[in-house]
Design a binder for this molecule. Sequence first.
Ligand SMILES: C[S@@+](CC[C@H](N)C(=O)[O-])C[C@H]1O[C@@H](n2cnc3c(N)ncnc32)[C@H](O)[C@@H]1O
Length: 378
Amino acid sequence: MKASSLLHPLPSPLSLSSSSTKPPLISTLFHKFHSFKPQSFNPPISSKTLHKPKTPLFLKPPIYSTQSSHLQTFITWAKHLITSLEPTCTDFDSSILHRELKWFLDDAVEDPSMITQPSGTVQCKVVNLRENLDTMYQLWEDRMVRRRPFQYIVGCEHWRDLVLSVEDGVLIPRPETGEIVDVVESLVNGVDGGNGLGKDGIWADLGTGSGALAIGIARVLGGEGKVVGVDVSDVAVSVAKYNVERYGLQDIIDIRQGSWFDPIIEFEGQLTGLVSNPPYIPSKDMDGLQAEVGKHEPWLALDGGVEGLDYLSYLCTKTSTMLKPGGFFAFETNGEEQCKILANYLENESGGSIGNVKIVSDFAGVPRFVTGHRRETR
Ligand SMILES: C[S@@+](CC[C@H](N)C(=O)[O-])C[C@H]1O[C@@H](n2cnc3c(N)ncnc32)[C@H](O)[C@@H]1O
């Protein structure tokens, strides 16, 4: 499996909502901070997550086989599909798709030297595959015709230094979200005038999805602290658990199913850190998302309500009670206006419990994150 951010074919959902839309007045949103209450979700104790996570293609055993000539026929067909569809889709980039095809083949074929056959050789060798050749045809057609995200085709995403399993029903983690881990790392290591958070605290990742932030933060804590990852989706919970186990972090990360703070209420006033990348796309922008995102990624992970602020605002109202004095939070947002609204609320409406509120830009220069601390004293 080759890591290359160049191969990331999806624009961030963060950049997909209409930037020309006039933001709502901050004051008209304030009342929603207090009135919005997400549905509580607590699975019955007896209902363990039933979803069985899928194994990424590159980790599957090579139990299928085909003739090398049949593999070459597949490759010719797959390349032809790219060329024939390109003129009909303005947002297709054939160079990226050719690299995706190479990646797909590298993952699917046990011995990648079998992918390139010197011309003129007698092609009668047996090739071992990690996926049935018929299924490979189906998968590539899904990618090209139905615009299924490439990460769902190969079952994983390279994110920071991790290879995370993903599948339909789980958001593909985006590169910019990783910047939250960088901020946490600076804080616990005392860089940037770190405030002595230390590595031994309890952290929460609300809406953990594939477990990306929970795993990234657990590795920063280096085994000294604990991380609780929460998600309402049973697919996300099972995939996050799978990723946690793949990285051997099951003693440090506890993945729990439920709605936002419900599964972690026992840590009220004790959290050293709280991070979240909740759904924040305004509902009206959902239909305009790029096909890979809007047609295939879970709306549960994307749709943030009318203004996109339903969940962010709810999280803000509870943050100071969940954090211990001096505790840190970081929220990802849709961009500038959401950042301003949240920062304004946290600074002015939190009864003085929150301080050091900052808007942090992502690596594209877009104001993306809101961070801050619970004050030591109120
Ligand atoms: C934007 S995704 C973020 C996933 C992951 N943290 C990441 O950055 O890749 C938002 C996540 O919030 C979860 N979610 C939606 N509603 C929720 C709720 N009421 N309680 C907990 N999680 C929820 C979704 O299932 C989804 O996994």
